[in-house]
Design a protein around this ligand. Sequence first.
Ligand SMILES: [Ca+2]
Ligand SMILES: [Ca+2]
Length: 266
Amino acid sequence: MKYILALSLLAGVHMAQAQTTVFSTDFDSSVAAPLNPGTAALTGVQGFAGLGPAGHTFGGQFLRSATGNVVTLTLGNLPTHDQINLDFLFAAIDSLDGTGSFPSGDFFKITLDGQTIFRESFANALPSQIQSYVPPTGVELARHVDLGFGGPGSYYTDSAYNLGADPTLQIIAHTGAVATFTFQVEGEGIQTLNDESWAMDRLSVSVSAVPEPEVFWLAGAGLLALWAVKLSSSRARPPRSSATAPGASCGTNRCGQCFSGRAVQA
Ligand SMILES: [Ca+2]
Ligand SMILES: [Ca+2]
């Protein structure tokens, strides 16, 4: 029973950190109201279909944007929280040109309440171009392959990323009741939709709360309960067989250790 109590208290800490999804869309039917797409439009995903981890893949339609355009997501009435998490699939379409001078200078930037939380260049046109974004393990889904749109071939290859798997966009400190995200490819390399573009699919936002101090006390109480159970069980163990033999006297040496009188006489 004590083990169950302790584990229940520890489970309470885990529950306190659970995420609450506050926005989610797959873009398959419409642009959800909290989104202001600017000039971006719902478009079939073409060759991106099926890319992504199981249950979280490109499919149907996504929101495709020209470079330079700003997509804004404004969420209000958020529940009490300390952290916010952003999750989406990112399509780098056609000849985005990475870091450098025009036509290079294509940086995908995300802001939260006016603060930049992500800004990296993406390069698709030539292997020699400089892409600043180095995806963490598990984020890159495709690179320099033709997934439709412009092309085929030439400069018009495409890339895909599961940006929600990038720790940069997870557990972001945030407490306000309103959160405003913007998404934009900006820089001096802006070109037309037929030359380069980007898209997002499976966009969701969740919030979570760090454990309150009293929850840490509960966790501490759980650990104390575990320690008490371990202590009481060790005290209940029978004495070791190497203890003083029956009938032998037990003296104490200068170090205070008990010894057998019979052993000393030998
Ligand atoms: Ca293409
Ligand atoms: Ca460009």
